[in-house]
Design a protein around this ligand. Structure first.
Ligand SMILES: Cc1cc2nc3c(=O)[nH]c(=O)nc-3n(C[C@H](O)[C@H](O)[C@H](O)COP(=O)(O)OP(=O)(O)OC[C@H]3O[C@@H](n4cnc5c(N)ncnc54)[C@H](O)[C@@H]3O)c2cc1C
Length: 387
């Protein structure tokens, strides 16, 4: 039942919160995230029942991400990568054997996923990537390259990696790699501004051998696969931001009612009310855009080969993501302002949301790239500012 999933998500969030609060202050990885997600059976939310999942609809999953987003963008990022990017790709492009070997255990939480497109020299433009693959003598492939700024990089059991063919740089392919094999070295990113409780890292592949059975989709289909994944990924970021705004809203109202200055609750001061009104607008507008984008994605899912539906979903999701990430940053900033000096401390939730929401304006398409994408979507291909 869809409602059961959302109830489990809520229970998960409530049990996780005090642990997350402490981990955040100690700037430590939240080691209970995966065990609790397993306990509430949330690691295969969207996966079909035949593969051990719970078959959440797009709307249920978006609502789940909204709830998870209340706990912070770091926690939500974990799900974005494991579920929205990796599991969704396996569901769409995985062979039956890959679904048995990877999708099923991932739905149980026995395999955690990462998704690796970005490289030191290829961020906004993944086509500048340097990771390469070539056919090896065993009929499989050999991969070499470096991926960085990868969510779940050092905790993942398997990673979807994108690389270009060594002899034909236009041919990009996607591979599923196991992290317990030879040829991969991983390193966490410690010195980061926010999301301290979840993993971001880099890894290097040196002569990493991938069996042919681990090619995801067809050879040369990598760029298409990556672009499709980003539609789901962006929707997940936008949905998480709706939750973050909601949490800021709840916190701001609670504090503004309780805090007394000049002989009355600060909620009675009109300039404080302006912040409350604007956070409310951030919430309602973002939520509406995310729900609309979810509908567009639903339409596309009903006919995945329909290019017009895919374009419509791509645009609606890009708009929702661009709007919601900025609204979430604004909402956290306003909530922090309402908390005054206390707001500047990580002991209170707005500061954490502010810092953690900042990265949402960078990953899965920076603000600038999404603006250009939306503008060229409206103006037409010939106005595209980047290729
Ligand atoms: C915490 C975190 C987690 C991440 N997780 C993942 C992950 O799991 N998997 C993954 O593959 N990647 C991940 N990323 C990488 C992320 O997607 C990239 O950082 C992002 O795409 C931007 O790339 P870049 O950092 O190389 O910036 P650059 O591409 O170098 O951009 C730098 C600046 O230039 C601007 N710019 C670039 N090109 C243009 C243009 N044509 N017009 C106008 N402005 C432009 C950008 O908007 C930006 O402001 C993560 C990043 C972070 C910070």
């Amino acid at each position: 039942m869809q409602r059961d999933i959302l109830e489990d998500v809520d229970r998960f969030c409530k049990e996780l919160r005090p642990i997350e609060d402490l981990a955040y202050l100690e700037r430590k990885h939240n080691d209970m995230l995966i065990p609790l997600a397993k306990k509430y059976n949330l690691l295969g939310m969207i996966v079909p029942k035949d593969y051990g999942g719970r078959e959440a609809s797009n709307l249920t999953y978006v609502k789940a991400l909204e709830r998870i987003g209340m706990e912070g963008s770091g926690i939500r990022s974990f799900f974005s990568v494991h579920t929205s990017l990796a599991q969704r790709l396996l569901m769409r492009y995985g062979s039956e054997e890959q679904k048995e070997r990877y999708l099923k255990p991932s739905a149980r939480g026995d395999k955690i996923f990462a998704f690796a497109l970005t490289e030191p020299d290829a961020g906004s433009n993944p086509l500048e990537m340097r990771s390469i693959y070539k056919e090896d003598e065993d009929g499989g492939y050999m991969l070499n390259g470096t991926k960085y700024l990868i969510t779940n990089a050092t905790i993942a059991d398997a990673i979807i990696v994108f690389a270009r063919h060594n002899a034909n740089s236009m041919r990009m392919s996607a591979f599923i790699i196991d992290t317990d094999r030879e040829g991969i070295e991983r390193e966490p990113l410690i010195a980061k501004m926010g999301t301290p409780t979840t993993d971001t890292g880099m890894f290097e592949l040196k002569g990493y051998k991938v069996p042919k059975a681990n090619l995801l989709g067809k050879e040369g289909e990598g760029w298409r696969i990556a672009k499709e994944a980003l539609i789901d990924g962006r929707l997940s970021v936008a949905a998480g931001c709706v939750g973050s705004i909601k949490d800021c809203f709840i916190e701001a109202i609670r504090y503004a009612r309780a805090r007394v200055q000049y002989g009355k609750p600060i909620a009675k001061h009109q300039l404080v009310q302006e912040h409350i009104a604007m956070i409310r607008l951030d919430y309602t507008a973002s939520r509406s855009m995310v729900r609309h984008a979810t509908l567009m994605k639903d339409r596309w899912d009903k006919d995945v080969d329909d290019e017009a539906r895919k374009r419509a979903a791509d645009m609606a999701v890009a708009e929702a993501k661009l709007f919601a990430v900025n609204a979430a940053y604004d909402a956290a900033d306003r909530a922090l302002q309402i908390f005054g000096g206390r707001g500047w401390s990580y002991l209170y939730r707005p500061a954490r949301h502010l810092v953690d929401n900042r990265v949402c304006r960078i990953y899965e398409g920076t603000d600038e790239i999404l603006k250009l994408k939306i503008a060229s979507g409206v103006l037409g291909k010939e106005y595209r500012a980047y290729q």
